[in-house]
Ligand binder design. Structure first.
Ligand SMILES: [Zn+2]
Ligand SMILES: [Zn+2]
Length: 407
């Protein structure tokens, strides 16, 4: 079997992997990294079938271009399909505003939607002489790992989290011969989640006690829902703004993919949605606002920050990874943001919390041992050497973009 990564293998970039086995060519994910400017994978060959692990742009962002080129079906779960559609339309809008190249149009998004072939967890399918089964990846609702059983068994993990979050259960190892494992947190560990949550909530209490507001920039997909559930513990006056609102609805329509639909439903019900400029005005006076975008690159979050930027009692609580060169990164390092070419100092307090939905180094090791493979291909990480060092008993592959390996 031959594997070629077209992108996102030696860093957390636009992931795309081609698998050639006998007469069948499969592709796993075909993403786009929403940086400035965006990054894309290499051009794919003609493929017979695509698998989409989950609805983050670095995995799904170039799927319409793939469908346009190869006219393939895309195997994925139902929540993935619905969130992907939302993100793709949003990406087109951003490309228009920012003047980025567009590799697909609205018609391609519609064709992509029609090309989806939906699978539930633990259901099976025969493809090209192999039996396919998909398993929960524990990363965001609907995220899947793909198991391919032929003469040998292969597992492609996509992004995984083995620990339970509020939103979904963690993933479990799957016995296989070849493990294609994400390595985003290779060499890095997460602190205890309960401790992080308590620190986050205590810091919000402090800001509110001083009369300030807690502004919580958040990714719309997965993170917003997780945060609403965390915040629900303390009964704050919470408002949420941006695309997370639509994602809440999608997830609540697919209850089987959640750990506790009841908890998410309650958290969403106890918070207030921003539906108009009038309600946004109300939200500006609220105790807590959860809003996109997570890296402060556009989105309603800038309205809230511009409103409170001179208030040292207000806290801006970053809840995700901040790519270098984004406003989130600037704010964290230099206490300023850029808006329409102007540099704007922000006097609010700023802090970042690790709400990552990726397995940390130890969990990745434990997962790999549990899968008990012969060979491991490490992908989607900029420090894969750290995991390779701790997995010496296996045959390890660390391919680079464009390289074809035989496993
Ligand atoms: Zn992801
Ligand atoms: Zn990823």
């Amino acid at each position: 079997m031959k594997l070629t990564f077209l992108g996102g293998v030696s860093k957390v970039g636009p992931l795309s992997m081609v698998m050639e086995h006998e007469n069948t060519t499969l592709i796993f994910d075909h993403g786009m990294l929403p940086a400035d400017p965006p990054e894309y994978p290499m051009r794919p060959p003609l493929v017979d079938l695509a698998f989409l692990s989950h609805s983050h742009l670095d995995h799904c962002g170039m799927i319409p271009s793939l469908v346009r080129m190869c006219d393939v079906n895309v195997l994925a779960t139902h929540p993935t399909l619905e969130v992907v559609e939302l993100l793709l339309f949003d990406s087109l809008k951003i490309a228009d505003i920012e003047g980025y190249p567009k590799y697909y149009d609205k018609g391609d998004i519609k064709r992509t939607k029609a090309a989806f072939d939906l699978m539930g967890f633990n259901s099976k399918r025969d493809i090209g002489g192999m039996e396919i089964e998909v398993h929960s990846a524990g990363h965001i609702p609907g995220s899947m790992m793909t198991e391919l059983r032929g003469e040998e068994t292969v597992l492609f993990t996509g992004d995984i989290n083995t620990k339970n979050s509020r939103l979904i259960w963690g993933s479990h190892p799957v016995k296989c011969d070849t493990l294609i494992l994400e390595a985003t947190y290779s060499g890095r560990e997460h602190d205890d989640r309960t401790e992080i949550e308590n620190e986050f909530l205590d810091d919000i209490d402090d800001v509110l006690a001083k009369g300030g507001q807690a502004i919580i920039p958040s990714f719309a997909v997965g993170r917003t829902q997780e945060l609403l559930m965390v915040l629900d513990d303390r009964g704050y006056d919470v408002w949420f703004d941006g695309m997370g609102r639509t994602v809440n609805h999608i997830y609540l329509n697919h209850k089987g993919f959640l750990r506790s639909a009841g908890d998410l439903k309650r958290a969403v019900k106890n918070a207030n949605p921003v539906r108009s400029n009038k309600t946004r005005k109300q939200a500006k006076e609220a105790e807590v606002v959860v809003t996109t975008s997570g890296m402060l690159e556009g989105g309603p979050v800038l309205h809230y920050i511009m409103d409170k930027r001179r208030d040292p009692n207000t806290g801006i609580f970053l809840t995700g990874y901040q790519v270098e060169g984004t406003n989130g990164d600037r704010l964290l390092k230099n206490g300023m943001i850029q808006d329409r070419g102007a540099t704007i100092p922000v006097e609010c307090s700023v802090k970042k919390y690790d709400f990552s939905a990726h397995a940390g180094h130890s969990q990745l090791l434990e997962f790999a041992h549990g899968c008990d493979p012969e060979k491991i291909v490490l992908m989607h990480g900029d420090n894969r050497g750290a995991l390779a060092e701790d997995l010496k008993e296996y045959e390890i592959h660390i391919p680079v973009e464009g390289e074809t390996i035989e496993v």
